[in-house]
Design a binder for this molecule. Structure first.
Ligand code: NAD
Length: 537
């Protein structure tokens, strides 16, 4: 097989006066208005960001200093008690209103996400959908999940025990550039629902998308200052965030996550880390080859592979390897690349020059170490400065960097296997454990293989979207892919301190006056034997 060219669905043309000079994007004045929502900006070196589609300026971003960041925390700390005092059911209503506003006003944020991250409109819509789903989930369930809980006390009837949840205080949220809207929502909204205030640091590249959600939250009647956005380089304001937060929620790369965990540990505050992956897909014998090939395209090339849960390794049973590979290559070659703000393209651009360098270097290195390029394998400057073709490799050897390292781009390696145990072992042979995908003609067998994969989420007959959209189950990484989970009850309760209260009535938990301790111990022993048989304890 030789490399062919995926169809070009359009190149972004420079349009004066729009954000990033992208045709059809909101006017530059809109970026300026959103940036007014930022807290602080006294750093003398503002950040100049450019649009991946055009290479033209998005905006000049004010950058916070250490003092600005601490002031944002002080503002959030002042706002937090009033917000926490509001009944949880009223806080829920803010999220429900936000959900409705997101769906109604999605067109503008689809433009912003595309312009800032360079992704296709369908990939940007995934962010809108995830944001709405998570707002609806916590809008419906957070009050119930946070409600005080009764539990059996040590002495039936006489000990009344229960658990109460308190917000942590002010949560620091640090977000990456690849899913700027969805990851803001998934990490910030539950922290707010739990009664915390939030100081968020989005990535400079994609700050406008986060600020758009911030503006909408205000329209949904979130009190001013309960959510503050600071912009800045991690190296400049990271220390202030760690030192001021009552809990840190970080999403980004494993090296940064490890660095922050070391800092946070010295303060003994809580944290969650959502980190990188090298996600495997296992195609079992008997899987529907056409469906698995179509699923692999979405699993590997959504957001040009700049997705923490995207698939970078595929293990296919030898009995169907040839048929699968041919179908996968054919469907990948049919993917339309483009830089337009409409639904005509299947894949967009990489987001930064660093990403383009990494992807190019990984593919060149794999080739030098024996890999064959089945399709793709080259940049596409004719479409935009940061485009790279969706790339399928075979014959990747252990010497290649991308054999084990996360590429975070539109590059996947296909391997054959003969035995399912071997496929499971190879899929698990990685320091990461974020997401995995299993394709099977038999759903029960697929589920059984899924339980053997060491990944925080596993999708059967899907690449990542089934777990990503199922916000009622937790999402997060095993091993070096993270600590803690987002979504579901866990993604809310991590932002709370649990407090246990027990009220003792009429019976001290000590020997009665004058009672020999030995007799007390004997009586208690008999009671415990009896209690163990009591239902509900
Ligand atoms: P990154 O670690 O470079 O940056 C993430 C964020 O941390 C950015 O906002 C950055 O400015 C900030 N940061 C960097 N150094 C800091 C410091 N010392 N103190 C405080 N903040 C600091 O990661 P990235 O390149 O932006 O994102 C890509 C990585 O994120 C990939 O590895 C990807 O797999 C991972 N990711 C994981 C998930 C998940 O849910 N597990 C989701 C998205 C991305």
């Amino acid at each position: 097989m030789t490399s062919t060219t995926p169809v070009n669905a359009g190149r972004a043309t420079g349009t004066p006066g729009t954000i990033g000079g992208v045709a059809g994007a909101p006017p530059a004045a809109r970026a300026a208005a959103l940036l007014e929502r930022v807290t602080g900006g006294a750093d003398s070196a503002p950040a100049e960001m450019t649009a991946p589609f055009t290479g033209l300026p998005i905006a000049t971003l004010p950058q916070a200093t250490d003092a600005d960041t601490r002031a944002a925390f002080a503002g959030a700390r002042r706002a937090q008690p009033g917000w926490a005092a509001m009944p949880a059911t009223e806080r829920q209503q803010v999220l429900i209103r936000l959900h409705d506003l997101i769906l109604r006003h999605q067109d503008e944020v689809l433009d912003l996400v595309q312009v800032e991250a360079g992704k296709s409109r369908l990939d940007a819509f995934d962010e809108v959908a995830a944001t709405a789903l998570v707002a609806a989930y916590y809008g419906k369930h957070s009050a119930r999940l946070l409600a005080p809980r009764r539990a059996a006390g040590v002495i039936p009837v006489l000990t009344r025990a229960g658990e109460v949840r308190h917000p942590k205080g002010v949560v620091g949220v640090i977000s990456p550039w690849n899913y700027p809207l969805a990851l803001t929502a998934m990490d910030v909204l539950p922290a707010l629902a739990a009664g915390n205030a939030v100081v968020q640091k989005p990535d400079n590249q994609t700050a406008l998308s986060a600020l758009w959600l911030h503006e909408l939250a205000e329209r949904a009647e979130l009190p001013a200052d309960a959510w503050q956005v600071v912009l800045g380089r991690g190296s400049r304001i990271g220390d202030a965030i760690v030192e001021e937060s009552d809990y840190v929620c970080f999403t980004g790369s494993t090296p940064t996550g490890k660095h922050l965990a070391g800092q946070i540990a010295r303060r003994l505050t809580g944290y969650s880390l959502e980190l990188g992956g090298k996600n495997p897909m296992v195609v079992l014998p008997g899987a529907d080859v056409a469906k698995a090939a179509a699923g692999a395209v979405a699993a590997c090339f959504s957001s040009a592979g700049q997705l923490c849960v995207s698939v970078e390794r595929i293990y296919v049973h030898e009995s169907i390897r040839e048929a699968f590979t041919q179908a996968f290559v054919r469907r990948t070659q049919a993917l339309r690349l483009g830089a337009t703000l409409d639904y005509s393209a299947g894949m967009g651009s990489l987001t930064s020059a660093e990403q383009l360098d990494t992807v190019s270097a990984h593919v060149a290195d794999a080739r030098a170490n024996g890999a064959t390029v089945l399709t793709g394998g080259r940049p596409r400057p004719d479409l935009g400065p940061l485009f790279y073709e969706p790339t399928i490799l075979t014959g990747v050897t252990e010497r290649a960097r991308l054999f084990a390292e996360e590429t975070f781009g539109p590059v996947v390696a296909v391997y054959g296997y003969t035995d399912v145990d071997e496929a499971v072992e190879r899929a698990n042979d990685t320091p990461f454990g974020l997401n995995a995908s299993v394709w099977s003609g038999d759903q029960r067998h697929g589920w059984e293989v899924a339980t053997r994969l060491k990944a925080g989420t596993v999708n059967v007959n899907e690449g990542f979207a089934a777990t990503f959209g199922s916000v009622g189950v937790p999402m997060g990484g095993m091993k070096e892919s993270g600590v803690g989970r987002r979504n579901a009850a866990e993604g809310l309760l991590k932002y709370t301190e649990s407090q246990s209260i027990a009220v003792q009535r009429g019976f001290r938990l000590r020997p009665f006056r004058g009672m020999p301790p030995k007799l007390w111990a004997k009586g208690m022993t008999a009671s415990m034997r009896a209690l163990r048989r009591l239902p509900g304890r």
